[in-house]
Design a protein around this ligand. Structure first.
Ligand SMILES: C[S@@+](CC[C@H](N)C(=O)[O-])C[C@H]1O[C@@H](n2cnc3c(N)ncnc32)[C@H](O)[C@@H]1O
Length: 402
């Protein structure tokens, strides 16, 4: 990718570049990698602008789904770090009662756009001048500029503390080109966020989902957030927007359902597989709420250390994926699994598992599949009685739930 400059941002925001980008977007995706496209752009716009245009056309494709549609402009690393749209919108709703918020470390606007779209007044601070210029452009084309003041500055040091009573902070989590999950290694680090939280009514602080729980300050709220079954972030909260109660919560989006701890963790219930298998959402796992979910689903674990739940009642839940158990027993190796699959007329097979040292993909490749047969999943799990195999069919929707 060609480094983007302020001159480059001005050019990309021009009508000439807008037309060229629209033409690139209308063509097939593979034309963005063709030498002929690059040469045609170079002849018409010169080598530097051609590189900016092609990079931008590729970034716009990558941004689909993460940002609202429209002629927005991006920069590679800032796009990678940007919040997913639905997660940003959920967080923005949390800040609505405050009316006006600071968005500290705004990048190219994943969160700023969501905060403004939710109806908040925003002071967006980004210290990188190119990103701040891209942010200002994006707010203009999204029709949000009137609600947002963009400041190209370093927010640490207190210069913005009085500009609003609430803040959202999203530090960069890269060091020397490598990702870091340590709060102390973010840019800026946790210490800057704690200093900020002392002055404001509330602070929401986005952290990596792999955050070390030992690093989370005692007074902070902690939520693990997933979107469509993919773990997205840990959200730390201070002050008024901190949820009540102790312990980590699981939040599953897009529905926004919350699994909050209620009292001490229930004791482990462990037994052999029932009629249904539940695979808890990764936010539930990270929040340490597997047993609490088991109690809600009237389900038990296959092993005290393994996060599969099983039960005899089909309960619809946003916090787990449910599977119908077709066969279950001791894992007797590939040949026995192959017999099960033939007997069931299974089609494509996926193997998943926990606590069993098996190459799941390699095993799946060596299992039979009946042409036209229904897709099936084999779960392998550790259990107190030895490794277990479960042949299961995915359930969708509430048709079989109580
Ligand atoms: C993770 S990105 C923000 C992504 C953004 N929330 C989004 O969804 O698009 C963090 C940004 O913080 C900026 N940043 C880091 N330290 C800063 C500071 N002290 N003051 C202002 N901006 C800072 C970085 O340049 C980077 O663009």
């Amino acid at each position: 990718m060609r480094a983007l400059t302020l001159e480059g941002v001005d050019y990309l925001a021009s009508p000439e570049a807008g037309e060229a980008l629209a033409a690139l977007a209308a063509g097939p995706a593979k034309s963005l990698d063709s030498l002929a496209t690059l040469e045609a752009l170079r002849r018409r716009h010169g080598p530097e602008r051609a590189a900016w245009l092609l990079d931008q056309a590729r970034l716009r494709r990558r941004a689909q789904g993460k940002f609202p549609p429209g002629p927005l402009l991006f920069e590679a690393e800032a796009l990678e770090m940007a919040s997913a749209r639905e997660v940003a919108a959920w967080r923005a709703r949390r800040l609505l009662p405050f009316g006006r918020v600071l968005d500290l470390g705004a990048g190219v606007g994943g969160d700023t756009l969501a905060l403004a779209a939710a109806g908040l007044e925003v002071v967006a601070v980004e210290r990188d001048p190119v990103r701040a210029a891209l942010l200002a452009h994006n707010l203009r084309v999204a029709g949000c500029a009137a609600r947002v003041e963009v400041c190209c500055a370093d927010w640490t040091g207190g210069a913005f503390d009085g500009a609003a009573r609430a803040a959202f902070v999203d530090p960069a989590r890269r060091r020397g080109g490598r990702r870091t999950v340590r709060l102390a290694d973010g840019t800026p680090p946790l210490s800057a966020v704690l200093a900020l939280a002392e002055h404001l009514d509330t602070v929401l602080f986005k952290a990596a989902p792999g955050v070390d729980r030992g690093e989370v300050p005692a007074g902070a709220g902690l939520e693990f957030v997933s979107l469509r079954g993919e773990l997205k972030e840990a959200l730390l909260s201070f002050g008024a927007a901190r949820p009540e109660g102790a312990g980590a919560r699981a939040v599953v989006l897009p529905g926004g359902e919350v699994l909050a701890p209620s009292g001490p963790e229930p004791p482990a219930r462990v037994a052999s597989p029932g009629a249904w298998l539940y695979e808890p959402d990764p936010a539930v796992l990270r929040a340490g709420q597997v047993r609490a979910l088991g109690a809600r689903l009237d389900a038990w674990q296959l092993d005290p250390e393994v996060a599969y739940l099983t039960g005899d009642r089909a309960v619809e839940t946003p916090f787990a994926r449910r599977w119908r158990v077709l066969r279950a027993g001791r894992f007797g190796g590939r040949k026995e699994l192959a017999r099960w699959l033939r007997a069931e007329g299974a089609g494509p097979v996926t193997v998943r598992g926990r606590g069993v040292p098996v190459d799941f993909e390699g095993l799946a490749r060596r299992l039979p599949r009946a042409r036209g047969g229904p897709p099936r999943t084999v779960f392998l799990s550790r259990s107190p009685a030895g490794p277990l195999a479960i042949l299961a069919a995915a359930c969708s929707g509430a048709e079989e739930a109580e």
